[in-house]
Write a protein that binds this ligand. Structure first.
Ligand code: C2E
Ligand code: MG
Ligand code: MG
Length: 892
């Protein structure tokens, strides 16, 4: 009901802050002041009582006793004491005889009367200057006794006034006493001392009867701070504050007439101090502090109770007042809240009706609210009337509708605005009707173009499909292209499936193209594509990789035997002859295979692997297949390294030549040498290996020239040295045919080194004629026309065909080592003989290569071979060795 920050709460809080807190502070102040006053009052009273006690002791006892002693000292009987009085100076219990003289008797009687009339007196004694001694009650000596040596005597003899002693214990009765002593003077001469003792117990009996509250008592200390009285600690009596180490009392001298606080036995005490001006004694009252404060505590509790009662009464009063003020406000707020939610039938509330009769602001607000409510009710009913009218408006009707209200209605203004609005709405509806008919007409048009658009979109779709097809297919064969293959393979690899990448390359496609033309070549490719598609199935994906290469994906297979089965199926195609355009063609192909995931999971790597495998097949006879293995990679690396080494050797003069003698079979004479190239710094790479590599990348052309130059310059040196030159054979690779200016290069070198052309033999192999037979023959013929000799090397390997010999421009046939080994076996010997005979008949010389054993030499002699180049006679020789062996004749 009441919010946290309602006026009522605020009012209560303000009154609490405004009245109760100052009241609380006032109470606290009064309490503190009262406590302080009570405490001080208590102390003051105690001090006063202490002073009275001291005065009483001084007046009633000490002064009295002093006067009494003075009186005794001046008494006739005392002053006139004579020598008859007993002396105990030489006292001996067995011999001593007490004699009662008249004088002593008189003194004793006098003392008795005094003691009898003063109960507090313990003893009266009189010592003379001669050492005689009288004491009442009667003296009972235990040994010799000289009064003149006693303290009471010594202290008083030289003084005129009474001397009050410090408390002490008597020698005889062991009582704790103080003495009052005074010298006795006769005619100005000191004749002795009178002493009167009183027991402390007796003296203090009254004082100890004085109590302050329940715990308070009085201690008395002498001027030297020795305890004379200590009701609670009797043992302290006769001891000084210093001896007892009572620190709490050590600065007592500063507090005469004042009070201070301290601790005794860990309990808080309040001390009041008063010094007697007469005796110098220090009266110290000791009271428990809690007792001093007891009264103030009672008062404090009383104050708190009063405060609480007041607080509650005030709270009730405050609450009543605030209720009286805020209740009407709350009710009025409720009414206004209802109005705010358009609830005007709010109150027939009795309370509220009462407020309208108030003569204050509340009454005024209530009356205004009343009027406002009545106005609102009326307004509401009028609005309802108008609302009904507006609801009845039908704007759909083509005629214009207008509100009609009486002149005195409060809504005349609004009604005319609404009428204006209705006019505008009517106009807009008319316009919309017009637009509607237009839109439906345009919609019809749109519908027609939509259909047209759909037709066009369909066309675009089919064109897109076609573009996609073109992007993914090869235009010649309609096979998926390389891009599609990559996509397919990457999907397969992403799904972690096994399989094989198969690269298929046609072996003899170049010659088909060369011989039957490119158009026919295209038809061959289309035909093969068709065949490949025929054998493909859901596991096999065929694509054209480019040129005469096809890339196949064998998916989901990791059994090598299954893959080999499929490859063999492919190779069956390879052995058939096909009829294309009335031409019968035999198509062969080689296949390289790389497996995944075994070989790699990378697309490029897999294709490269398949390519390497294909390459290995191409190099070893073609028309077969090979699986990729790591040796191939090693071989590739070897080739790359070798290429690098060759490049450096070309730049840095890294080659040298060795020369192998060719020995005449009849005479044993050297008839010539073959120049063989070596890598100076890489003996581990044989010429067989690096020449093959250089043939692959074409550097053989450069190396060929370097070799030619080195050989001719060497010949020049030997010529200079006076050696009769022998013909030297230079090896010439098939690819060097492409070095068109080689001939002039060779001739220029020969000329500039003055070497005769007849001393040079060019060794070629049959492969030189394979690619471009006519050009090769033409080239050789030209060389020959300059007198240069031609030898056919490695005869018997490769495509050796005897028919070649008949039309090739050749001077020498070099039988290959394998051929020599094969033909020199018995059953083939006749073939060998007839081969040599044929060569001779064509005017050619025959050199057998690679001859290592005597038996071979012997047989070649029988077969009439012309010369031998082989380890049997000599390995290839370094330049120095050639020079050393020059002109040597080998023993046959
Ligand atoms: P090639 O032209 O047939 O050279 C003969 C090869 O047979 C030489 O090998 C030679 O050392 C070796 N040989 C000679 N007698 C015997 C024998 O009794 N037993 C055996 N096992 N081998 C024998 P080399 O020097 O290793 O050369 C290998 C091939 O490298 C050469 O075969 C030639 O084709 C090529 N080659 C060497 N030097 C050159 C060159 O300067 N240019 C060109 N284009 N090729 C060269
Ligand atoms: Mg050779
Ligand atoms: Mg050879």
């Amino acid at each position: 009901m009441f919010e946290k920050f309602s006026i009522r709460n605020k009012l209560i809080i303000s009154i609490i802050i405004g009245c109760l807190i100052p009241y609380l502070i006032g109470c606290l102040y009064v309490k503190n002041k009262t406590e302080e006053w009570l405490y001080n009052n208590y102390i003051e009273n105690t001090n006063l009582s202490l002073r009275q006690t001291a005065t009483h002791v001084d007046e009633a006892i000490l002064k009295n006793m002093s006067n009494l002693v003075s009186m005794i000292a001046m008494d006739e009987r005392v002053i006139n004491v004579d020598f008859t009085v007993n002396s105990y100076i030489d006292y001996n219990a067995s011999t001593f005889k007490f004699n009662t003289s008249k004088s002593e008797k008189e003194i004793m009687d006098y003392f008795r009367t005094i003691k009898d009339s003063h109960s507090i007196i313990n003893m009266i004694s009189f010592g003379t200057e001669q050492g005689s001694y009288v004491e009442y009650p009667a003296f009972k000596p235990e040994g010799s006794y000289d009064p003149r040596t006693r303290e009471w005597y010594i202290n008083a003899i030289n003084k005129k006034d009474t001397v009050i002693s410090e408390p002490y214990i008597t020698k005889m009765s062991k009582d704790m006493v103080i003495s009052f002593s005074r010298s006795v003077i006769l005619k100005g001469k000191k004749i002795g001392v009178i002493s009167l003792t009183i027991k402390l117990d007796d003296l203090m009996k009254d004082i100890n009867g004085i109590k302050y509250g329940e715990s308070g008592y009085i201690n008395i200390l002498s001027s030297n701070n020795v305890f004379i009285n200590s009701p609670l600690n009797k043992a302290w009596i006769l001891h000084s504050v210093e001896d007892l180490k009572l620190n709490v009392l050590s600065s007592i001298d500063n507090y005469n007439g004042k009070s201070f606080e301290g601790k005794i036995n860990a309990s808080d005490k309040v001390f009041n101090v008063y010094f007697s001006p007469y005796s110098g004694w220090k009266y110290v009252s000791v009271i428990d502090k809690s007792e001093v404060l007891k009264q103030s505590k009672v008062l404090t509790s009383l104050l708190i109770v009063i405060y609480l009662i007041m607080f509650l009464v005030m709270l009730v009063v405050i609450s009543l007042i605030s209720n009286h003020i805020t209740r009407p406000i709350f009710k009025i707020t409720q009414a206004i809240n209802k109005m705010a939610t358009f609830n005007f039938d709010m109150y027939k509330n009795r309370n509220f009706e009462i407020y309208t009769n108030y003569n204050d602001e509340i009454g005024e607000i209530s009356r205004s609210l009343n009027t406002m409510q009545e106005n609102f009710v009326e307004l509401k009913s009028k609005i309802e009337v108008m609302d009904k009218e507006i609801q009845n408006i039908n704007i759909e009707e083509s005629s214009l509708y207008q509100l009609e209200l009486s002149e005195d209605s409060p809504f005349v203004g609004i009604a005319s605005s609404i009428n204006g609005l209705l006019q505008k709405v009517h106009n807009s509806i008319e316009q919309i009707r017009f637009y509607n008919s237009e839109i439906s007409h345009k919609n019809e048009l749109l519908e027609a173009s939509k259909e047209e658009l759909i037709v066009q979109l369909e066309e675009i779709d089919s064109q897109n499909e076609y573009i996609r097809f073109i992007a993914e297919h090869d235009s010649l064969t309609n096979l998926p292209n390389r891009r599609k293959f990559y996509e397919k393979l990457s999907d397969v690899l992403a799904n972690n499936r096994a399989g094989a990448v198969i690269l298929l390359d046609l072996d003899n496609f170049k010659s088909i193209n060369d011989t039957l033309g490119h158009l026919f070549g295209d038809k061959v490719l289309q035909y093969i594509s068709g065949k490949l598609e025929e054998i493909s199935n859901f596991k096999i994906f065929v694509s054209r990789f480019g040129g005469d290469e096809f890339l196949l994906l064998y998916e989901g297979e990791n059994d090598v035997n299954e893959i080999i089965k499929f490859i063999k199926q492919l190779l069956v195609l390879s052995n058939k002859r096909f009829l294309i355009d009335q031409n019968e063609v035999e198509i062969e192909f080689s296949i390289g295979i790389s497996l995944f995931p075994r070989d790699s999971m990378n697309i490029d790597q897999l294709i490269m692997n398949a390519d390497l495998a294909l390459y290995s097949i191409k190099n070893s006879g073609k028309n077969n297949f090979a699986f990729f293995n790591n040796e191939m990679l090693k071989h590739l690396k070897f080739k790359l390294d070798t290429k690098n080494i060759l490049r450096k050797a070309i730049e840095n003069n890294g080659f040298k030549m060795v020369y192998q003698p060719q020995v005449d079979i009849k005479s044993g004479e050297i008839i010539g040498y073959e120049a063989l190239v070596r890598l100076k710094d890489h003996k581990e790479i044989s010429p067989g290996e690096f020449i093959a590599v250089s043939e692959e990348d074409g550097t053989i052309v450069t190396i060929g020239r370097i070799v030619t130059k080195m050989v001719i310059e060497q010949m020049h040196k030997w010529q200079q040295m006076g050696f009769g030159l022998k013909p030297i054979a230079i090896n010439f690779s098939a690819m060097q045919i492409l070095d068109y200016s080689y001939k002039s290069y060779l001739l220029d070198l020969l000329k500039s080194n003055s070497i005769s052309t007849g001393l040079i033999v060019i060794e070629i192999t049959e492969t030189t004629f394979l690619e471009n037979k006519e050009v090769a023959i033409e080239f050789l013929k030209e060389l020959r026309s300059y007198g240069i000799k031609i030898a056919i090397d490695d005869f018997g390997t490769g495509y050796s065909s005897l028919s070649y010999l008949t039309f090739l421009p050749i001077d020498t046939i070099k039988l290959d080592r394998t051929l020599s080994i094969k033909f020199l076996e018995l059953e083939n010997i006749a073939v060998m003989d007839s081969l040599i005979a044929l060569a001779h008949s064509l005017n050619m010389k025959v050199i057998a290569e690679g001859i290592e054993e005597y038996e071979q030499v012997r047989r070649l002699i029988v077969g009439k071979c012309d010369a031998i180049q082989g380890y049997y006679f000599s390995r290839p020789l370094e330049v120095e060795e050639v020079e050393r062996n020059y002109g040597m004749i080998y023993k046959i």
